[in-house]
Write a protein that binds this ligand. Structure first.
Ligand SMILES: O=P(O)(O)OC[C@H]1O[C@](O)(CO)[C@@H](O)[C@@H]1O
Length: 460
C-alpha cells in the first residue's frame, strides 16, 4: 500500500524513457519505471539533489581541500566535478550502468554483477531500484578512489559529523539514563527502541539535510510506541538469554548511519555487554562513503574521538569507556567487507560471499540496522504487506537475526491483515516518512527444531 494513488500528468521525460503512470505491480521487482513508486521519486528527484549538493560542497570547500590534499588536487577536483555532472546527466537520461575500469578492490564483484544484468533492464530507471541506487553511490566513490590525491577524502564526512554534534543535548540525556539503568527486560526493550528510532536520522532520505531530533529522546520513544508496527523485542531478548544456544554470545551489528544512530548502536552494545547478555559486539561498517550517512571505520573512530574529547563529563566518560571496550576486544570492528556496498540482496550472500555468510552464522544474533538493509533482506520486491518475513528472505538465514528499521521505502512484509490499511488511513505517506518502525525477528531452527518439524510433517 503506497502513498500516491493520484495520477500525475505524463511528461516528455516519461514518454521518452517509457515511464508508466502506475504503482509497482504486486510481486514484482521495484524500479524507477513506475511513476507512482518511491523508486521513481528517488531516481528523479532525490538522487540528482544528492549529486548536486556534493558538487556544491566540493566547490565551496575547494581551497580547504587543496590546502589539505596538495596543489595537485586542484586539477583532480575539477575533473571529479565534471565526472559527477556527467553521472547526473546519465541518471537523468536513463543511461545504462557501465562496468568499472579503475583500480578499486571490488571491481570484480561489481563488473560480474553488471555483466549478468539483462540488457533490456540495464539502465537507471529500468533496473531494479536497489541496483540503480547502489550503482550511483559506487560510481561516485570511484571518481575519488581513482584519483591520486583524494582517495581518502569522504565527501559526506562533514554532514555525518554535524549530525552527531547537533545531537549533543539528546546524547547527554541518554547517557545520564544509561548510567542508572537496571538490567531487566523493560530496560532492554527501551534500549532496543532507542536504537530503532535512531534510524530516523538518516541523511539520504532528506538528500543531506539535517534531521531535527527534539531534546528529549525518551519522550519521543514513548510518543512513538504506537508507531511500532511489528515488535518482536521479546523474541530478541529470549534469543540472547538462551543458555542452551550452541553459538558464542556474540552479536554482529550490520550498521547503518553514522552520527546519532551510531551513537545509539554504542548505547545498545554497551547495555548488552554490561548486562552480560553478550560477550562481544562486532560492528560491520561500510568500506566506502555510502547512502550519504552510512558509517565507515573513520566515522566510528571520529565518533569515539569526539566523545572522548568533549567538555561535557559524561560524554567524555562514555567515549573513554567505549574506546576501552574496543581496546579489550569486547567491541570489535569486523574486517571490511565489500559485500555490504555491493548491489546484491542478502539471499545471494551464501553464493557470492560464503565466507561472510559463514562468519555471520557463527554469532548468536545479527542486528540489521535501517531501511537499506531491510531492502536488501527482502530484495526490493513488492511483496504483499502480509507476506511472511521468512518467505521474503528467500532462504537467507545464517543465524537468528533482527531488523530494526524505520520505514522509509514502499515495501514491507509481516504485517497483520488490515494493519497497512489502518495506517494508510492515518497517513497516506506512512511508508516513506520514517515515522513508523519495525522490530522484526527471525529465528533459525536448530537441528532439534528441524527434526521436530520433519517428524510433525511426516505424521500429517
Ligand atoms: O539509512 P537507511 O535507514 O538505510 O535509509 C536509507 C535511505 O535510502 C533509501 O533506502 C532509498 O533512498 C530510503 O528509503 C532511505 O531514505
Amino acid at each position: 500500500m503506497s502513498s500516491s494513488t493520484s495520477k500525475a500528468p505524463s511528461t516528455e521525460f516519461d514518454a521518452k524513457y517509457g515511464i508508466l503512470n502506475l504503482n509497482t505491480p504486486p510481486r514484482s521487482p521495484m524500479c524507477g519505471r513506475y511513476k507512482q513508486s518511491f523508486a521513481y521519486y528517488t531516481l528523479r528527484s532525490r538522487l540528482p539533489i544528492t549529486l548536486t549538493s556534493i558538487i556544491d560542497s566540493i566547490t565551496k570547500d575547494k581551497d580547504e581541500l587543496i590546502s589539505k590534499y596538495g596543489e595537485d588536487s586542484r586539477e583532480e577536483i575539477k575533473n571529479i566535478i565534471g565526472s559527477i555532472s556527467k553521472l547526473k546527466y546519465q541518471l537523468q537520461t536513463d543511461k545504462a550502468l557501465e562496468p568499472f575500469v579503475g583500480n578499486e578492490p571490488d571491481i570484480e564483484i561489481w563488473n560480474n554483477f553488471i555483466q549478468n544484468m539483462d540488457e533490456e533492464n540495464n539502465s537507471f530507471f529500468k533496473a531494479c531500484w536497489l541496483y540503480a541506487e547502489c550503482y550511483m553511490y559506487r560510481r561516485l566513490s570511484s571518481f575519488f578512489e581513482n584519483s591520486k590525491t583524494l582517495t581518502s577524502f569522504d565527501y559526506f564526512a562533514k554532514q555525518k559529523q554535524n549530525a552527531l554534534m547537533n545531537s549533543v543535548v539528546c546524547i547527554e540525556e541518554i547517557l545520564n539514563v544509561l548510567q542508572g539503568v537496571e538490567i531487566a527486560y523493560d530496560s532492554f526493550r527501551l534500549m532496543l527502541k532507542l536504537n530503532l528510532w535512531g534510524n530516523r536520522c538518516d541523511l539520504s532520505i532528506t538528500s543531506g539535510k539535517q534531521v531535527q531530533l527534539g531534546n528529549n529522546p525518551f519522550d519521543l520513544i514513548r510518543s512513538f510506541d504506537n508507531k511500532i508496527l511489528i515488535d518482536n523485542s521479546e523474541s530478541v531478548f529470549e534469543c540472547l538469554k538462551s543458555a542452551n544456544s550452541n553459538k558464542p554470545a556474540v552479536v554482529e551489528f550490520v550498521c547503518d548511519n553514522a552520527g546519532y544512530e551510531l551513537f545509539t548502536d554504542f548505547v545498545l552494545a554497551d547495555y548488552l555487554i554490561k548486562s552480560k547478555l553478550v560477550e562481544k559486539v562486532r560492528f560491520n561498517l561500510k568500506a566506502i562513503p555510502w547512502f550519504v550517512s552510512d558509517a565507515t571505520i573513520n566515522d566510528l573512530n571520529w565518533t569515539l574521538y569526539y566523545l572522548q574529547n568533549h567538555s561535557i563529563p559524561i560524554l567524555k566518560e562514555y567515549g573513554k569507556r567505549w574506546q576501552e571496550l574496543l581496546n579489550n576486544k569486547k567491541f570489535e570492528i569486523a574486517p571490511l567487507d565489500y559485500f555490504w556496498t555491493s548491489p546484491y540482496e542478502y539471499y545471494r550472500m551464501c553464493n557470492i560471499n560464503p565466507e561472510l555468510y559463514q562468519k555471520l552464522s557463527e554469532s548468536r544474533l545479527v542486528i540489521f540496522k535501517g531501511d537499506l538493509n531491510y531492502r536488501k533482506l527482502i530484495g526490493d520486491f513488492s511483496w504483499s504487506c502480509t507476506e511472511q518475513f521468512i518467505t521474503c528472505l528467500r532462504g537467507f538465514l545464517p543465524t537468528d537475526f533482527v531488523s530494526l528499521r524505520t520505514v522509509k521505502a514502499d515495501l514491507i512484509c509481516g504485517l497483520l491483515e488490515g494493519q497497512a490499511e489502518k495506517v494508510f488511513e492515518i497517513d497516506k505517506n506512512w511508508m516513506t516518512t520514517g515515522e513508523y518502525g519495525t522490530i522484526q525477528f527471525i529465528s533459525k531452527p536448530t537441528i532439534y527444531d528441524k527434526a521436530a518439524i520433519t517428524s510433525s510433517l511426516s505424521m500429517e
